[in-house]
Design a binder for this molecule. Structure first.
Ligand code: SAM
Length: 328
C-alpha cells in the first residue's frame, strides 16, 4: 500500500509548494507594492542538497507533486539544478512552477528540459499599461511571448493566474475568457487575500469568488464536477469550447475542506497553512541523509496537527505579511 500523509481531519497531502526564495522583482499592488525589502540577519535559502533531502522525505510519505514558487523562483540562480533534482526524486511524478514570467521567452526550453511540466504564469491584466501599473513592470508582451515559448518547448500544462480586483481589472473578465479560448489555456482567477501588509487594499478591492462565478454562469460557463484529489479551485468550462477557468476563492464556504497542500518556505520552514501563525523549522533535519527517518517522523507528526481552517473570515491572516514571504 502507498504511504499517505494526512492530518487529524482526514485530509490527505500529496502536493508540496516549495518556495525557492522570498525575493521578488515585481511590485504587485496587493503583495509587494513597495518592492522586496531584504530583512537583515535571516539564514540563507535551502541549498540544493537540503532540498533534495526534503523532497525525498515527502516523496517517501506518498507526496507526488511539487510546485516551485516564491517570491519569484526564476530569480534563484540554482533553479535548473533544483528543478532537475526534484524531478529526479523517486516518487515525484509532477513538477510545476509558478512564475511572473520573468525572462520566460529565453528560459522556457531550459525549464522543460529540467523536468518542469506545468507552468502557472501570473497575468493580472491583458492591457499593457494596466499590467505595468499593477506589477510595476512594463513587461506584458514579454510574459505573453514567454507563454508561447513554454508551449513550443513542450510544457504540457500552462495556466494563467489572475487576481481579479474590484475597480482595478474586474472589467477584464470577458477579455480573459476570449484569451484563454483563443489560446486553449487554463485560467485561474484568484480572489485577493488579506495579508498583514495589505488590509486597506483588501478592503477596497476584494472581489468575492462567488461574484466571478455568477458572471461566468451568466455567460454560459458550467461548473465541472470535482475530480478526486483535486485542490480547492472550482473549475468551469463552456460546452464545446476550448479553455477552462478555475476560481480559487479562499473566502468561500468549506474552502479548507479540500486542502491537499503543504508549504515549505525558502529557508526550510514547514507551513501547515498559508495563513498559520508560524512555520516550523525543518532545516536541522536536512543536514545529512542519515536523518531521513527522523525527518519523516517529524513531518508526519506536524502534519497531523494541521488546523481545520484558516481564520481569514475573522480578519486574521496569521503571521503572513505577504504571500511572497511563504510562497503563495
Ligand atoms: N512570483 C511568482 C508569481 O508572480 O506568480 C510566484 C509567487 S506569487 C506569491 C504566487 C501567486 O500568488 C501569484 O499568482 C500572485 O498573483 C498571487 N498572490 C500574491 N499575493 C496575493 C494576495 N494577497 N491575494 C491573492 N493572490 C496573491
Amino acid at each position: 500500500m502507498n504511504p499517505v500523509l494526512q492530518d487529524g481531519h482526514g485530509r490527505r497531502f500529496e502536493y508540496l509548494r516549495l518556495s525557492l526564495t522570498d525575493v521578488c522583482n515585481f511590485r504587485c499592488s496587493y503583495c509587494l507594492p513597495e518592492g522586496y525589502r531584504k530583512v537583515a540577519g535571516l539564514p540563507a535559502n535551502l541549498t540544493v542538497a537540503e532540498i533534495r533531502r526534503l523532497v525525498g522525505a515527502f516523496a517517501r510519505l506518498g507526496l507526488w507533486k511539487v510546485r516551485l514558487t516564491g517570491g519569484e523562483p526564476s530569480l534563484r540562480a540554482e533553479l535548473l539544478e533544483i528543478a532537475a533534482a526534484v524531478a529526479a526524486t523517486p516518487g515525484i511524478r509532477k513538477l510545476a512552477m509558478t512564475t511572473n514570467g520573468y525572462r520566460l521567452p529565453e528560459r522556457a526550453a531550459d525549464y522543460a528540459k529540467a523536468g518542469i511540466s506545468t507552468l502557472n504564469v501570473s497575468v493580472d491584466s491583458l492591457d499593457p499599461a494596466r499590467f505595468a501599473a499593477i506589477t510595476g513592470h512594463d513587461r506584458l508582451p514579454e510574459v505573453l511571448d514567454g507563454i508561447a515559448a513554454a508551449r513550443l518547448a513542450g510544457i504540457k500544462t500552462i495556466k494563467l493566474n489572475s487576481v481579479l480586483m474590484r475597480g482595478i481589472n474586474d472589467d477584464e473578465l470577458e477579455r480573459f475568457i476570449a484569451f484563454v479560448q483563443q489560446h486553449d489555456l487554463a485560467l485561474r482567477f484568484i480572489e485577493v487575500m488579506r495579508t498583514n501588509d495589505n488590509p486597506a487594499f483588501f478592503e477596497q478591492h476584494h472581489l468575492a469568488g462567488a461574484e466571478i462565478a455568477n458572471r461566468l454562469e451568466a455567460l454560459g460557463w458550467q461548473r465541472l464536477p470535482r475530480e478526486a484529489g483535486a485542490g480547492p479551485a472550482v473549475v468551469y468550462a463552456q460546452p464545446g469550447q476550448a479553455g477552462q477557468i478555475g476560481i480559487i476563492a479562499p473566502y468561500s464556504k468549506d474552502f479548507c475542506a479540500s486542502c491537499n497542500r503543504l508549504r515549505v518556505s525558502g529557508r526550510g520552514k514547514l507551513h501547515l497553512c498559508l495563513f498559520g501563525d508560524h512555520g516550523i523549522d525543518l532545516r536541522p533535519l536536512l543536514q545529512s541523509d542519515g536523518q531521513q527517518d527522523n525527518l519523516i517522523a517529524r513531518i508526519t507528526a506536524l502534519t497531523a496537527t494541521k488546523a481545520p481552517a484558516h481564520r481569514l473570515h475573522q480578519g486574521d491572516s496569521g503571521a503572513t505579511p505577504h504571500l511572497a514571504s511563504i510562497g503563495g
